[in-house]
Design a protein around this ligand. Sequence first.
Ligand code: SAM
Length: 393
Amino acid sequence: MKGIKRMNYFNLIYTSFYSDYMLALKVPEDACKREAKCKHFGICGGCSYQHICYKDQLRMKKEFLEKLFEREIKIIPSPKEFFYRNKIELVYAFNKLGLREKGTYKRVVNLKECCLHSEKVKEILPELHELFKEHGIESYDYLRHEGYLRYVVLRHAKFSNQHMVTFVTANEAPIISKVAESLKEHFDSIVWSINSSKADTSFGAVQQFWNSAHIEERFEDIKFKIGANTFFQNNSYVALQIYRKIKERAFGKVLDLYAGCATISAFIADNCDSVEAVEINSEAIDYGHTNLHINDITNVELLQQDVYAYLKNKQSLDFDYVILDPPRAGLERAFKHVLRLKPKSIIYLSCNPVVFRRELFFFKKFYKVSEMLAYDMFPQTPHIELLCVLERK
Ligand SMILES: C[S@@+](CC[C@H](N)C(=O)[O-])C[C@H]1O[C@@H](n2cnc3c(N)ncnc32)[C@H](O)[C@@H]1O
């Protein structure tokens, strides 16, 4: 491809440094522009491309990936351009409830709507503000580490239309219970969790729940229970397409590394002789067991372990397919053991193509790329998901 240098040591350092490809994605001069749908666009850090027609967002992503990987890549659009996200983490700070301003961690946009999550955001925000005022719910200043309510997390199971809200507080004061009681009619699940650490995350220890501790999602005939701290792919419409693709490719004896709550394992199980799934997070493992149980799946074994520790002592990986779906940082130290063990076929799902390109550079010595597809999991943003099937040479 024109103007693209061959992958070399310099590129590797470049991609290690810019481990997030967002930095490299630029809007072309000739991109078709339109009016943004959301009133907060431009100030809110939640999205960057609402003003670009969707077909050109796809073109930008495709061109970027093709330059990065020096090959043609098919990009599969999201079935929904708006209201596709099944989870939004609203920060409650400085008496504002919303997302962070574009380019700064220190300010929060007081949201009135969000066109990425669901219509429920617009409907519930005024009510939340009223309830917080009525019950004296103090916001949490994450710069000084003072205050009470840190996050309000909304989840929407798109295919079953179930809604969940999680209130994450900084301490055990039970005032939030009054807010939760008032919302019982509006949500299938209401959870109160506590994060008393300085880490600015919306994860917390579950203290109490109302109606149910989880919501249920359905991908075809497979049900998934989703809890307050459960990882679930953000765009259910695209995740279902990816899972179908993985199911089409993987069969026989399969190893699912970075398995979350066994969603991929459960979805592909009836296509496989057996699946071994490895995940580090104990809550995900618990939900994984539940998911296998409610779907009567008996050929999946779940192991709670660090992938690195799991691979380190292995002399071989006797599987037909190894699925890798690591977090944004990629395989990190587990990478050398995947290379050492050289499984027959790898299905790699990456949410960070720049990190994946770095790893692919080494994989290519032993593997050929049999398929590479990009899925637009995050319309209106620079993010993209990549699925790559590698076959040992
Ligand atoms: C991108 S998610 C994938 C989840 C799942 N495959 C899915 O489709 O929902 C990555 C998962 O890897 C887990 N994880 C992160 N580091 C890990 C490690 N070192 N060992 C095992 N699991 C890890 C996280 O807890 C998370 O559930």
